[in-house]
Design a binder for this molecule. Sequence first.
Ligand code: HGY
Ligand code: MN
Ligand code: MN
Ligand code: MN
Length: 383
Amino acid sequence: MSLLDDLAAVGRAPGGGYARHVFDRADTELREWFREQAGRRGLDVETDRNGNLWAWWGEPGPDALVTGSHLDSVPGGGAFDGPLGVVSALEAVSRLPARPARPFAVVVFAEEEGGRFGVPCLGSRLLTGALDPDRARALRDPDGVTLAEAAARAGVDPARLGRDDEALGRIGTFVELHVEQGRALDVPVGVGSTVLEHGRWRFSFTGQGNHAGTTILADRRDPMLPAAEVVLAARRLASTVDGRATVGRLVPRPGGTNVIASTVDLWLDARGRSREVVAELTDAARAAAAAEGCTVTVTEESYGGTVTFDPALCDRLTGLLGAPELPTGAGHDAAILAAHTATAMLYVRNPTGISHAPEEFAEDADVEAGVVALTRVLEDLST
Ligand code: HGY
Ligand code: MN
Ligand code: MN
Ligand code: MN
């Protein structure tokens, strides 16, 4: 799809994949690209108080039909996760025979991946009031920059971050198209049924920094050991509940090769009975920390329960498209909005079954099938 090709060079990460995070340089380029593409289609773009972009086709109004997704990525992410939903929405606007009879917008949610400030679906959580604005303003990126500072630099007033009843109240129906992120889809297009519950927890271990050569083992209080125990225990505990647990980010400080770390922070992504897993994991972390003369604190940084999309809307879409329903373990802005409005998702087949990595992929023919399906759905919902 040529629109996706437009974005191929934006935010390329050194090791392949993408690094596109809210209010960073790539994000600025992506926002400019979206404004330009929306303008070509006669859409008027506004940025809401939380940094989400809304491209209105005609006047904003109540009971709006809204479609879209996100443009940010995970670190080293693929080309399709997020952008496929945005470019498919823009393409569908070009193909619809007429402007929908009801208010209509294409939306781009900010920081869906939480790749910079650590809370996923940041823009949609702020929009819906699911994230406290004071906590949001104080979130820091790995360089210590707060969301408030980054937002202000991007022209988004941090004082206004928070639930946006006006924007939220306008949405009557939200449909998000997204690349499938597993191996569950063996036809070009599927309809989302559920999103697995999941959360993120920060485990912070504190020991005693020391010299790697002069400190005998008996004198050590090395936080890396209980951290390592948590990584292994997470996999073990998740397997007992058929869940998923991932430690993709672990930061020893100060981080010298010849230095016993003084602290180690790790972030757990757990899905599927995650709070049960975390409760047991916290016990294991405390025991492992005590055994090494360390301490540990565990903080829940985000959580969302299992979401079932609007059954009537799903039935309407599966009937219209003759497409299968499928559950997913991936989180989406649609799952945040589902608590507030009729929401559905369309998935486009990903033959690699890999996502959040450069190998994420969708064949041109399936991308086209996704656009055709989204256009049909939007036309069907346009009155
Ligand atoms: O993490 C997720 O599940 C989503 O891709 N943001
Ligand atoms: Mn993702
Ligand atoms: Mn996504
Ligand atoms: Mn030295």
